[in-house]
Design a protein around this ligand. Structure first.
Ligand code: ADP
Ligand code: TRP
Length: 321
């Protein structure tokens, strides 16, 4: 069973990214042969800042390794280290009706956000299909926003198989994370860079704890019970505390006598403790700068072997060789 997913290098990793994407990927690496990559070609569809791209790729690699990606188990690489993906994307483009891409909501959403509507942004789902199909992936864990792209991938694989022979491409299945795994941001909305409500997982203690103190709450006085419905403090605390500790936090909300300041302080401590080991691992990686390059190089080599095999099969099927 091959499991594949890509993460865009788009800035500082936050708690939403960790619980929504990183942690599930780390768990899944035990369940099959994992291929995880940094989607740097995709990041170019919405930014042309070369220095930022380079820096973000490096940080994502470091963070992913610090969060538990095990390069002995998972093949970890940069998308652009396997340029064969572009050839497969081209071949898939020739089988992709315009109507299929016209239906994709992420293009429209991004244009609505103010990103300039270039060709790559429009063709993005075809490149994503190539990412998946190039490695014969069976399972693709993604957030709900990417579900449509995996459907496009399946459509294209089926079309190619119909035209050029069953077995030319492996038709993948998505694993879609449910809504309950959406992490709330400091203002109570979904945590997202675009809302500027994120809690980074790495950084210095003081500013991070300060951010937690900014969580928006109501003005219930200290002595009175605090609502446990739609509480951002509780939603975040649940991620970091074990069950009995979380139970005590609920009880302290319900009985009153604790101010929001106290409750936030408790959240800040739980959050800081939760990432202790990952911070230490990250520090270790930072002190050995060659390590990340070595991991990515070995991953790229392994990914490329697989890509050449699959691309050879496709090239033969479509008549290029
Ligand atoms: P952002 O919304 O901050 O720009 P991205 O879109 O770059 O985050 O998301 C990267 C990954 O993290 C995706 O797989 C996405 O589903 C996941 N993710 C982002 N925010 C959250 C969140 N608040 N809760 C759960 N998962 C999230
Ligand atoms: N488009 C995905 C995102 O923005 C990233 C991605 C690129 C991806 N290629 C992929 C995810 C292939 C899964 C499989 O989150």
């Amino acid at each position: 069973m091959r499991i594949l997913t890509g993460l865009q290098p788009s800035g500082k990793l936050h708690v939403g990214n960790y619980f929504g994407a990183m942690q599930p990927a780390v768990e899944l690496q035990e369940k099959g042969e994992a291929f995880y990559f940094i989607a740097d070609y995709h990041a170019m569809t919405s930014s042309s800042d070369a220095a930022a791209l380079k820096q973000n790729c490096r940080e994502l690699a470091i963070d992913f390794l610090a969060c538990g990606l095990d390069p002995q188990r998972a093949v970890f690489f940069r998308q652009s280290a396997v340029p064969e993906v572009n050839e497969l994307a081209w071949i898939l483009s020739t089988a992709c009706p315009m109507s299929l891409l016209n239906k994709c909501h992420s293009y429209k959403d991004k244009v609505a956000q103010g990103i300039s509507p270039n060709h790559a942004l429009f063709a993005y789902p075809v490149l994503m299909a190539a990412d998946i199909l190039l490695y014969d992936a069976n399972l693709v864990p993604v957030g709900k926003d990417q579900k449509q792209h995996v459907e496009v991938t399946r459509d294209l694989a089926i079309k190619i198989n119909q035209a050029h022979g069953e077995g030319t491409l492996v038709v993948p299945e998505p694993i879609i994370r449910d809504d309950t795994s959406i992490v709330m941001g400091l203002d109570g909305r979904k945590m997202s860079k675009s809302y500027n409500n994120t809690l980074p997982i790495f950084g210095d203690e003081k500013p991070l704890k300060k951010l937690i103190m900014r969580i928006i709450t109501d003005s219930t006085p200290v002595e009175e019970p605090k609502s446990t419905d739609n509480s951002t403090i509780l939603a975040l605390y649940k991620l970091f505390a074990d069950e009995p500790t979380f139970g005590r936090m609920i009880a302290d909300h319900q009985q009153g006598g604790y101010g929001y300041g106290d409750l936030k302080k408790r959240l800040a401590e739980a959050y800081w403790d939760y990432f202790t080991d990952m911070r230490a691992k990250r520090q270790e990686i930072l002190e050995n700068t060659d390590y990340v390059d070595e991991v990515l190089q070995a991953g790229a080599q392994r990914a490329r072997e697989e890509a050449e095999k699959v691309l050879g099969r496709v090239r033969r099927a479509v008549g290029l060789i």
